[in-house]
Write a protein that binds this ligand. Structure first.
Ligand SMILES: Cc1cc2nc3c(=O)[nH]c(=O)nc-3n(C[C@H](O)[C@H](O)[C@H](O)COP(=O)(O)O)c2cc1C
Length: 251
């Protein structure tokens, strides 16, 4: 028997073309309520969401995120916020000082919980027939995004997400291939040789996919990864984290 959750997840893809129709308020609240069932480290619930469906704000966000025009065409933008302001309030209520945001561990906890929340939100939205795209580019101009959503100290906008009604052209677009599952899920020990062999093979199959789908202008896996990772592409992240009260140390 086909499992609908597996089917949904196996067919998911980022959606960047929308019809312009609205996400109903009822659905949006259902998405948020469902996303809130995501696990959080120590049940700290150190994640908050900030969202807008204001067209002028969506346009501004699309510009702040490196000029990603598709963001302005979504119906909703949701920012996933690492929120140690919430946990700080409760720790201070017991007369103690909240310091976890001043550690690599705290930044890891916040980033991991933000990623899990993003995934829950997207899965819920997609189950209702909406399309989504994760927006890491919120960190390109973190400082302005923080002002835009009035985020307090001990918070950081980790990642964003667009939600909208997918246009047919996007619904019918092919799924982007992945590396071989054997070099992704490895039993007992990491296999460096296999990872190397398969990633090189993947780059070849990605080129074949591009040619077969007429998406020749899309950079190859090697090109895109090299462009991104041979460079520190967002250079404000550390400074903005610090100005929000975070530190990357373990003392
Ligand atoms: C944390 C994260 C940040 C991302 N940031 C962006 C972004 O800023 N803009 C964008 O168009 N896609 C963004 N993506 C989407 C990826 O490009 C996409 O997931 C990847 O190309 C695989 O394609 P698929 O999701 O259609 O399978 C992001 C994805 C993740 C997980």
């Amino acid at each position: 028997m086909e499992n609908i959750t597996i089917k949904q997840l196996q067919n998911r893809k980022s959606i960047r073309q929308f019809t312009g129709e609205s996400v109903s308020e009822q659905d949006l609240q259902l998405i948020f309520k469902t996303a809130q069932r995501a696990p959080t480290s120590i049940n700290g619930q150190q994640i908050s969401l900030v969202y807008t469906r204001d067209k002028a704000k969506l346009k501004q966000i699309s510009e702040l995120c490196g000029g990603q025009a598709h963001i302005a065409t979504a119906d909703v933008f949701v920012g996933v916020v690492i929120d140690f302001n919430r946990t700080s309030t409760i720790v201070e209520s017991l007369g103690k000082k909240h310091v976890i945001e001043q550690s690599a561990e705290g930044i890891m906890v916040g980033a991991i919980d933000a990623g899990i929340m993003l995934s829950f939100m997207q899965t819920a939205a997609e189950a209702l027939g909406y399309g989504t795209t994760s927006i890491g580019a919120v960190r390109e101009n973190s400082d302005v995004m923080i002002q835009l959503f009035n985020l307090p100290q001990k918070t950081f906008l980790a990642v964003g997400c667009t939600i909208g009604v997918p246009a047919e052209v996007a619904t019918h677009a092919p799924l982007k291939p992945r590396v071989a599952v054997e070099s992704f899920a490895m039993e007992d020990a990491y296999d460096q040789e296999k990872v190397k062999k398969d990633v090189l093979a993947y780059d070849k199959s990605f080129k074949a996919f591009r040619d077969a789908t007429g998406s020749g202008s899309m950079p190859t896996y090697a090109e895109l990864t090299t462009k991104a990772y041979s460079n520190i592409y967002y250079r404000k992240t550390g400074k903005v984290l610090q100005s929000q009260g975070f530190a990357f140390k373990d003392e």
